[in-house]
Design a protein around this ligand. Structure first.
Ligand code: UD1
Length: 325
């Protein structure tokens, strides 16, 4: 079995590529290296540098490597950036996903895993979030992901084509073996930035919003270790290969942590006070996102193994120290 991983040089993609290689799967990565890093693509994976919107390249890659399934990570992920430049997000995330799906149909690939997001749900949906909660995405980023979900649903109905959509909550941490981690320049993720502050690479951590309707006024998220998320992709792939029908799963632990909880965690791990500055809310940020993980656990047998917040923070700091050191 050969899997094409788009965005396989990126954060979650590179961890998933290692997961596939570690168990002996054949992998081909397609990545334009706009945010990904070539050196983080595991040895043993074939690598094609190119644009995921390039239909001819996609079809040639699928045929040349005998691809059986696609894991489609490539896309843009920063909520505030999408608010400022929506067309870039609809282009990268919707138009190019359409090309990936079309290439699959043209080249005979019938299975795809798609990276979606917890931010597709309505602000007032009940927490923790089940997959059927009402959708009302706030940002162009989230809307671009939901539009692609709809595209997959329609294509699944019209063609012999099955997919698993994984809605990620907040992904953090790094490969426990230290082979890859979050390397995006100017990354905006809370735990990544907190790690940079802890190492003195940023002067302070901004707290975006202290007036949310949450227990301590700061945003609440379900932080999930990237290695557990990569494992979910492998299970989803196996399920599709075993004939499972199309499905959508939330990927989080079912635990809400505030920005201040994360700051306390960093202080616990480092033994030092973290310099912070309280700021206004960031546009497009919902107050709370917590997953109900029961479906993925029941259907795919997903068993997270890296839930400890301090462990997540430690791995993020260890990677940060290695990266750019
Ligand atoms: C992240 C993902 C998004 C995903 C979503 C799912 C990225 C860049 N974004 O968005 O793709 O769909 O999770 O839940 O990976 N915060 C601060 N200071 C900072 C950075 C963040 O206070 O310096 C706060 C934010 O306001 C938010 C929380 O921390 O309340 C998490 O923010 P962030 O790590 O940027 O992730 P999301 O915006 O939730």
């Amino acid at each position: 079995m050969t899997t094409l991983v788009t965005g396989g040089a990126g954060y979650i993609g590179s961890h998933t590529v290692y997961g596939l290689l570690d168990r002996g799967d054949e992998v081909v990565v397609l990545d334009d290296l706009s945010t990904g890093v070539r050196a983080q693509v595991g040895e043993g994976a074939a690598f094609v540098r190119g644009d995921v919107g390039d239909r001819a390249l996609l079809e040639a890659t699928i045929r040349d490597h005998g691809v059986d399934a696609v894991i489609h990570f490539a896309g843009s992920i920063v909520v505030p950036e999408s608010v400022a430049d929506p067309l870039a997000y609809y282009g990268n995330n919707v138009v190019k996903s359409r090309e990936v799906i079309a290439a699959c149909l043209a080249a005979g690939v019938k299975k795809l895993i798609f990276s979606s997001t917890a931010t597709v749900y309505a602000d007032d949906a009940a927490q923790p979030l089940g997959e059927d909660e009402r959708k009302a995405p706030l940002s162009p980023y989230a809307r671009s992901k939901l539009m692609t979900e709809w595209m997959l649903e329609d294509v699944g109905r019209a063609h012999d084509f099955r997919y698993h959509i994984l809605r990620y909550f907040n992904v953090a941490g790094a490969d426990p073996k230290g082979r890859t981690g979050q390397s995006t320049p100017k990354a905006t993720h809370l735990i990544k930035r907190a790690a940079q502050v802890a190492l003195g690479r940023l002067p302070h951590l901004d707290i975006f919003g202290t007036d949310y309707p949450t227990p301590d006024g700061t945003g609440v998220r379900d932080y999930i270790h990237v290695t557990d998320l990569a494992a979910a992709h492998l299970l989803a792939l196996d399920a599709l290969h075993s004939g499972a029908p199309s499905a959508t799963y939330n990927c989080g632990y079912g635990r809400g942590l505030s920005v201040r909880d994360v700051i306390c965690g960093v202080e616990r791990v480092t033994g030092r006070k973290l310099p912070v500055v309280e700021m206004a809310r960031r546009p497009g940020d919902p107050p709370t996102l917590i997953s109900d993980p029961r479906c993925i656990k029941a259907a795919l047998g997903w068993r997270p193994a890296h839930e400890d917040l301090d462990g997540i923070i430690r791995s993020a700091i260890a990677w940060e120290r290695r990266f750019n050191s």
